[in-house]
Design a protein around this ligand. Structure first.
Ligand code: MG
Length: 265
């Protein structure tokens, strides 16, 4: 399947899908507390998505049983919600969520600390987010896809972290996963040329220790091989001729100055 360029109408729908997902992330992130089960998080998430008139992208996707991937501590991605899994003070929890609005997907992930978390965990979460924004400096029409990848990688490696290679970001639109793949590591090739109207899910998965990962017996959940922490930060973005539009940014992040929308050349 070729890389799709979205029409003005499609971009409007993806903006709407992204805005809803930003709000779901913001509200769900605030609801997390010690003692909650990961299944409760899933129930809340699905209710929020459906009350906005959307469909959870992940539910039943290739057999995934839930609306949100909840990955705790050494889990990188694809944690399956369970009534037996309880959040504890000091955990870090990655929530990865997709929504479908009028046939168009948005996809985003955030990692949260539960109560007081150690300094190393706080730093990992922050630098994972910052690696995404390092990539955004190259997410402009006319540049090449792997310039995004290289910037994410260099930022994370510069802080001594392991960058996951087994999973990558992706194009997004009518389908959750479209072409192209968006790696978070340096490639020898430059990748496709970025064009206005491309929509991508850029999603660094950054480990405190080794970049190497394995799979749990459930066939879904990815964990770090050394069982040290992992964080995930993802947004759906629109490539423009200037700065990218980050469709799934949250209002809180804008208020905190993490990203200043607008100002496209
Ligand atoms: Mg994704």
């Amino acid at each position: 399947m070729p890389v799709t360029i979205k029409s003005a109408r499609e971009i409007e729908l993806m903006r709407a899908a992204g805005k809803i997902l930003g709000k779901v992330h913001q509200d769900l992130g605030k609801a997390l507390k010690p003692g909650m089960t990961t299944l409760e998080i899933d129930r809340m998430c699905e209710d929020m998505i459906r009350s906005c008139g959307c469909i959870p992208s992940f539910k039943n996707y290739q057999g995934f049983p839930a609306s949100v991937c909840v990955s705790i501590n050494e889990e990188v991605v694809h944690g399956i919600p369970s009534p037996k899994r309880v959040l504890k003070e000091g955990d870090i929890v990655s929530l990865d969520i997709g929504v479908i609005y009028k046939g168009y997907h948005s996809d985003a992930a955030r990692t949260h600390g539960i109560g007081d978390i150690p300094k190393n965990a706080r730093l990992l979460i922050r630098r994972t987010r910052e690696s995404f924004f390092a990539g955004m400096k190259n997410a402009t029409a006319g540049r090449y896809l792997h310039q995004i990848s290289a910037a994410v990688y260099d930022y994370a490696r510069g802080h001594g972290y392991g960058v996951v290679r087994d999973l990558v970001g992706h194009g997004i639109g009518k389908h959750l996963h479209e072409e192209p793949e968006v790696p978070n590591f340096r490639k020898l090739t430059r990748g496709i040329r970025l064009l206005h109207g491309m929509t991508l899910a850029v999603e660094p998965m950054i480990n405190e220790g080794t970049w190497k990962v394995g799979w749990r017996k459930n066939g879904w959940t990815v964990v770090t091989c050394d069982r040290r922490l992992s964080a995930h930060y993802e947004n759906t973005i629109l490539i423009t001729n200037g700065r990218p539009e980050i469709l799934t940014i949250t209002e809180d992040e804008v208020a905190r100055g993490i990203w200043k929308p607008g100002g496209n050349a």
